[in-house]
Design a protein around this ligand. Structure first.
Ligand SMILES: [Zn+2]
Ligand SMILES: [Zn+2]
Length: 158
Protein backbone atom coordinates (compact mmCIF):
# COMPACT_ATOMS: atom_id res chain seq x y z
CA UNK A 1 0.00 0.00 0.00
CA UNK A 2 1.28 3.44 -0.88
CA UNK A 3 0.93 6.13 1.77
CA UNK A 4 0.44 9.80 0.90
CA UNK A 5 2.07 12.59 2.90
CA UNK A 6 1.63 16.37 2.57
CA UNK A 7 4.69 18.65 2.64
CA UNK A 8 6.04 20.36 4.61
CA UNK A 9 6.42 17.75 7.33
CA UNK A 10 6.18 19.43 10.72
CA UNK A 11 7.46 18.24 14.05
CA UNK A 12 9.04 19.25 17.32
CA UNK A 13 10.43 18.30 20.68
CA UNK A 14 8.46 16.94 23.61
CA UNK A 15 7.91 20.32 25.32
CA UNK A 16 7.19 22.25 22.09
CA UNK A 17 9.97 24.88 22.47
CA UNK A 18 11.87 23.50 19.45
CA UNK A 19 9.80 23.22 16.25
CA UNK A 20 10.83 22.37 12.69
CA UNK A 21 9.63 21.93 9.12
CA UNK A 22 10.99 19.73 6.31
CA UNK A 23 10.28 21.10 2.85
CA UNK A 24 11.46 18.18 0.72
CA UNK A 25 10.55 14.49 0.89
CA UNK A 26 12.86 12.43 3.10
CA UNK A 27 15.22 10.20 1.11
CA UNK A 28 14.41 7.21 3.29
CA UNK A 29 13.31 6.06 6.70
CA UNK A 30 15.06 3.20 8.46
CA UNK A 31 15.51 1.66 11.88
CA UNK A 32 19.01 1.82 13.36
CA UNK A 33 19.77 -0.81 15.99
CA UNK A 34 23.26 0.50 16.87
CA UNK A 35 24.23 0.90 20.52
CA UNK A 36 24.27 4.70 20.23
CA UNK A 37 20.72 4.87 18.84
CA UNK A 38 19.46 2.49 21.50
CA UNK A 39 20.84 4.76 24.20
CA UNK A 40 19.73 8.02 22.56
CA UNK A 41 16.21 6.71 21.98
CA UNK A 42 16.09 5.01 25.39
CA UNK A 43 14.62 2.16 23.40
CA UNK A 44 15.45 -0.86 21.20
CA UNK A 45 16.33 1.16 18.10
CA UNK A 46 16.29 4.63 16.57
CA UNK A 47 13.78 5.52 13.85
CA UNK A 48 15.68 7.75 11.43
CA UNK A 49 14.52 9.81 8.46
CA UNK A 50 17.40 10.55 6.10
CA UNK A 51 16.82 14.12 4.90
CA UNK A 52 18.76 16.76 2.97
CA UNK A 53 20.43 19.14 5.42
CA UNK A 54 19.07 22.07 3.36
CA UNK A 55 15.47 20.84 3.63
CA UNK A 56 15.26 21.31 7.43
CA UNK A 57 14.33 24.60 9.03
CA UNK A 58 13.88 25.23 12.75
CA UNK A 59 10.81 27.46 13.04
CA UNK A 60 10.86 27.91 16.81
CA UNK A 61 13.74 27.75 19.30
CA UNK A 62 17.48 27.23 18.78
CA UNK A 63 18.76 23.66 18.94
CA UNK A 64 21.44 22.80 21.50
CA UNK A 65 24.24 20.52 20.29
CA UNK A 66 26.07 17.41 21.49
CA UNK A 67 28.88 15.52 19.71
CA UNK A 68 30.09 11.93 19.77
CA UNK A 69 31.85 9.21 17.75
CA UNK A 70 29.45 6.87 15.95
CA UNK A 71 29.63 3.05 16.04
CA UNK A 72 31.16 3.35 12.55
CA UNK A 73 33.78 5.83 13.88
CA UNK A 74 32.39 9.03 12.32
CA UNK A 75 32.24 12.37 14.11
CA UNK A 76 28.54 12.95 14.70
CA UNK A 77 26.54 15.73 16.31
CA UNK A 78 23.01 15.89 17.61
CA UNK A 79 20.58 18.82 17.68
CA UNK A 80 18.26 18.73 20.65
CA UNK A 81 15.93 20.88 22.73
CA UNK A 82 17.85 22.53 25.55
CA UNK A 83 14.69 22.71 27.64
CA UNK A 84 13.34 19.14 27.50
CA UNK A 85 16.39 17.30 26.09
CA UNK A 86 14.47 15.75 23.20
CA UNK A 87 16.84 14.79 20.35
CA UNK A 88 15.68 15.99 16.92
CA UNK A 89 18.40 15.39 14.30
CA UNK A 90 21.90 14.05 13.80
CA UNK A 91 24.53 15.26 11.37
CA UNK A 92 28.16 14.56 10.57
CA UNK A 93 31.33 16.64 10.72
CA UNK A 94 32.50 17.34 8.06
CA UNK A 95 28.99 17.59 6.62
CA UNK A 96 27.81 14.94 4.16
CA UNK A 97 24.75 17.08 3.31
CA UNK A 98 22.43 14.56 4.94
CA UNK A 99 20.84 14.61 8.39
CA UNK A 100 19.29 11.73 10.22
CA UNK A 101 16.15 13.09 11.84
CA UNK A 102 14.33 11.26 14.63
CA UNK A 103 11.11 10.33 12.80
CA UNK A 104 9.22 9.85 16.07
CA UNK A 105 9.30 13.65 16.52
CA UNK A 106 7.02 14.19 13.48
CA UNK A 107 3.63 15.67 14.48
CA UNK A 108 2.08 12.83 12.49
CA UNK A 109 4.27 9.72 12.53
CA UNK A 110 1.40 7.39 11.65
CA UNK A 111 2.74 6.92 8.09
CA UNK A 112 6.28 6.15 9.22
CA UNK A 113 7.40 2.59 8.45
CA UNK A 114 11.12 1.73 8.31
CA UNK A 115 12.15 0.63 4.80
CA UNK A 116 15.24 -1.10 6.19
CA UNK A 117 17.11 -2.08 9.33
CA UNK A 118 20.77 -1.29 9.96
CA UNK A 119 23.27 -2.37 12.63
CA UNK A 120 21.19 -5.49 13.17
CA UNK A 121 24.15 -7.23 14.83
CA UNK A 122 23.32 -5.24 17.99
CA UNK A 123 19.52 -5.57 17.64
CA UNK A 124 17.68 -6.73 20.75
CA UNK A 125 17.30 -10.53 20.56
CA UNK A 126 13.52 -10.33 20.94
CA UNK A 127 13.10 -8.08 17.87
CA UNK A 128 11.54 -10.12 15.04
CA UNK A 129 12.54 -9.15 11.50
CA UNK A 130 10.30 -9.98 8.55
CA UNK A 131 11.69 -12.12 5.75
CA UNK A 132 11.41 -9.25 3.28
CA UNK A 133 13.12 -6.69 5.56
CA UNK A 134 16.29 -5.13 4.13
CA UNK A 135 18.94 -5.75 6.77
CA UNK A 136 22.54 -4.65 7.25
CA UNK A 137 24.73 -6.10 10.02
CA UNK A 138 26.54 -2.78 10.41
CA UNK A 139 26.67 0.53 8.52
CA UNK A 140 25.28 0.04 4.97
CA UNK A 141 27.79 0.48 2.15
CA UNK A 142 24.83 1.12 -0.20
CA UNK A 143 21.59 2.76 0.93
CA UNK A 144 20.12 2.32 -2.60
CA UNK A 145 17.79 -0.61 -1.85
CA UNK A 146 16.41 1.13 1.29
CA UNK A 147 15.86 4.36 -0.68
CA UNK A 148 14.08 2.44 -3.48
CA UNK A 149 11.81 0.57 -1.06
CA UNK A 150 10.94 3.81 0.76
CA UNK A 151 10.16 5.64 -2.51
CA UNK A 152 7.84 2.84 -3.59
CA UNK A 153 5.86 3.00 -0.33
CA UNK A 154 5.21 6.74 0.15
CA UNK A 155 4.17 9.60 -2.13
CA UNK A 156 4.62 13.26 -1.17
CA UNK A 157 2.41 16.19 -2.15
CA UNK A 158 3.10 19.91 -1.89
ZN1 LIG B 1 11.63 20.75 24.24
ZN1 LIG C 1 22.32 4.18 15.06
Amino acid sequence: MTRSVTLPITGGCQCGALRYQIFEPPLMIYACHCANCQRIAGSAFGLAAGIKESSLEFTSGEPARVTWSSDAGNERYGSFCGDCGCRIAHGQTPSIGILSLRAGTFDDASWVVPAGHIWTRSAQPWFKFSDDDIQWDEQPTDYGPIIQKFKASVTFEE
